[in-house]
Design a protein around this ligand. Structure first.
Ligand code: CMC
Length: 435
């Protein structure tokens, strides 16, 4: 623990009995301090109660830092805006996994390893064919990624650092291939195999949009925008899917199974599914004139409708990733000659109105990353059902980096929260004939 030597404490007093306990306070390199409650149950017989984990730090980590009030996101100390501007996705992957920016030689070796792991075991093609043609690509992705553990036995021993590294590289490398195949399967087109002469984002766009019948030229602007979307989604500390990966991994499950669990968690509309939900919402709103009606619904406690792409558990300021994507949205639409896209127009107007609305101002509900990513992805030609798949593809590096950090943490134990039991206390069993 970072500041164990300083020994500051907090006092917890049970006002019913008058008993009190000293709890250690730890300080990270930055961010809020934490109260160490690990011995609380043993010493007091009480648990903490924190459904949704709003006040709970579940691990120590050196990977990603978020200051939600200031709207700051950093990976290994580097600001996301700088990485999005100056780096590329594979370099960010290296940074997340290894903690430092790579030397040219390290970068070359890493790129080569990722490039040469992009193909899928040919037998996995049959696995795809088992899915219904109209399956959601996230359903395919959950299944196929989980199935990697049935195909790559030589990288499932989590105690072997070399096998862990091979699993990391395989997952990062094969995710675009799996995502593109999930798409091709859903539209009934032949799978397109990876190409080693293309970079990570270009290769993905090629596998997704090329057809064997004609040449497909990857636009550098679109490839750059794709790469930027990948960078912006690469990691986000202990969010729902990452915590799912860590919890699944804490029992010793293999990395492919853990990432499949993360994909399942990401799928929900409160998390990675929000980009798909934003687009559906914009289409439902349809016209600027209807914005007030939808804003009214978003504010109505009795209406489950929420403004998708707004609000965040951690950010109580403009999501720094949304800022970068806002600009990217203009670049992409300009390249595609679609600056006048009515959906973008509607999104801008909605953003403007919501940012001035008392309800959204008071509750600090700002646009999040999903607000703009959907617009860009739609303009690039992706169907909405693929949006969360792309999030999963990019987040894979964050998941594997966090999973590795957990496995290598000497304090790591199986995650096993407790509960506040509110059910029946003991009662006698009533035989069927007496009920
Ligand atoms: N529209 C209307 N009201 C909202 C919204 C919204 N999008 N988000 C939060 N609120 C209100 C909410 O009703 C609550 O009001 P009150 O205090 O009066 O009960 C207050 O703001 C706090 O919301 P919360 O649900 O307690 O906050 P949370 O931290 O549990 O939820 C969230 C965060 C992201 C799930 C939520 O803001 C939301 O549902 N947003 C829309 C979905 C979305 O865009 N998700 C993507 C998140 S970013 C990508 C990712 O990390 O996966």
């Amino acid at each position: 623990m970072a500041a164990e030597g300083k020994n500051p404490t907090a006092t917890l007093t049970d006002n019913t009995t008058g008993d009190s306990w000293e709890l250690p306070i730890f300080e990270g390199t930055t961010g809020p301090r934490v109260i160490d409650v690990r011995k609380l149950y043993a010493e007091t017989g009480m648990f903490t109660f924190d459904p949704g984990f709003t006040s709970t730090g579940s691990c120590e980590s050196k990977i990603t830092y978020i200051d939600g009030d200031a709207g700051v996101l950093m990976h290994r100390g580097y600001k996301i805006e700088e990485l999005a501007e100056q780096s590329n996705f594979l370099e960010v992957c290296y940074l997340l996994l290894h903690g430092e920016l790579p030397s040219p030689k390290q970068m070359k070796t890493f790129e080569t390893s990722i490039t040469y792991h992009t193909m899928l075991h040919e037998q996995m093609m049959y696995f795809f064919r088992g899915f219904r043609r109209d399956s959601h690509p996230m359903a395919i992705m959950c299944g196929v990624v989980g199935a990697l553990s049935a195909f790559y036995h030589d990288s499932t021993d989590i105690r072997d650092p070399h096998q862990r590294m091979v699993a990391q590289h395989r997952l990062i490398a094969k995710m675009p291939t799996i995502a593109a195949m999930a798409y091709k399967y859903s539209v009934g087109q032949p799978f397109v195999y990876p190409r080693n002469d293309l970079n990570y984002a270009e290769n993905f766009l090629h596998m997704t949009f090329a057809v064997p019948a004609e040449e497909y030229r990857v636009s550098p602007t679109l490839a750059r925008a794709m790469d930027r979307i990948f960078i912006l989604h690469a990691d986000h500390e202990q969010n729902a899917s990452t915590s799912t990966v860590r919890i699944a991994g804490s029992s010793g499950a293999n990395p492919f199974a853990c990432i499949a669990a993360g994909i399942a968690s990401l799928w929900g509309p409160a998390h990675g599914g929000a980009n798909e939900a934003v687009l559906n919402m914009l289409m439902e709103i349809g016209h600027k004139d209807k914005i007030p009606e939808f804003l009214k619904r978003a504010k109505d406690k009795d209406d489950p409708f929420r403004l998708m792409g707004f609000g965040h558990r951690v950010y109580k300021n403009y999501d720094p990733r949304a800022k970068v994507l806002r600009q990217s949205a203009y670049d992409v639409l300009e390249e595609l000659g679609a600056q006048d896209d009515p959906l973008l127009d509607l999104a801008m107007e909605l953003e403007k109105i919501a940012l001035e609305d008392d309800y959204f101002v008071e509750k600090k509900l700002f646009p999040n990353v999903d607000f703009y990513s959907g617009i860009i992805l739609k303009a690039m030609g992706f169907p909405t059902s693929m949006f969360t798949v792309l999030f999963a593809l990019a987040r894979t590096v964050g998941w594997v980096a966090q999973w590795t950090e957990m496995i290598e943490d000497p304090h790591q134990r199986i995650s096993r929260p407790r509960q506040l039991y509110q059910g029946y206390t003991g009662r006698p069993y009533v035989p069927m004939k007496e009920r």
